[in-house]
Design a binder for this molecule. Sequence first.
Ligand code: PGA
Length: 236
Amino acid sequence: MKVETLPDTAALASRAADLFEETVKAHDQPVIILPTGNTPLPFYAELRRRFEAGATHLGRFTYLQLDEYKDLPDADPRLFAQWLDREVLGPLHVENRITFHSAASDPAHEIDRFKESFHRAGGTIHLAILGLGTNGHVGFNEPPSPFDTTTRVVTLTDETRRTNAAYWGDINQVPTQAYTLGIQELQSAEKTMMLVSGSSKKEALERLQKDAITPDFPASYLRQQPHGYIIHTGGS
Ligand code: PGA
């Protein structure tokens, strides 16, 4: 695992966009995971800027969804799929998207369908871009998440629901369940880039680098990834 400290969020965005662009150029139609949250916003702004400046190849990838709230109606603006559409997938004209159907009536069947779509897209994650939860979650793999977990429905922790409450107005509005890719699938990625910024992540970043590799801090799996990068702004 490689750790890079950058001076500010603008530098983080630019470095992340360079690594993203490298992957898009190296493959015909790479499968790429993109995160939601505040941290990647400057990175998505940078991708939009480059796309508008003529780098239209940036949209030539298959988006694989990392996680999604369960049981929201189609086209609900709070769906992660909708959020990513607004921030990056729409602006980059990304056509190939493998996403969870939040409102699916049969979750087990939905997971099979999702996995089958990923399989048909080649079954390889060329680049996983991730965020870090203050409790060490990655996607919605909340602690503890054994490293052999695969795509599944999870119950969100109170801490995660509280963190996301601002976006929903009230913690009681935050869904209690979600779909997520598992750590096993994330571990299979050819390359992983975790973006970390903000003082609220300082402690989690330290734990990630120094503490034990354990399902109690799910993001710690990254320490064993030969092509894993943490790109951060030093807890600022
Ligand atoms: P954030 O979310 O970028 O909004 O901090 C990251 C996460 O909790 O996964």
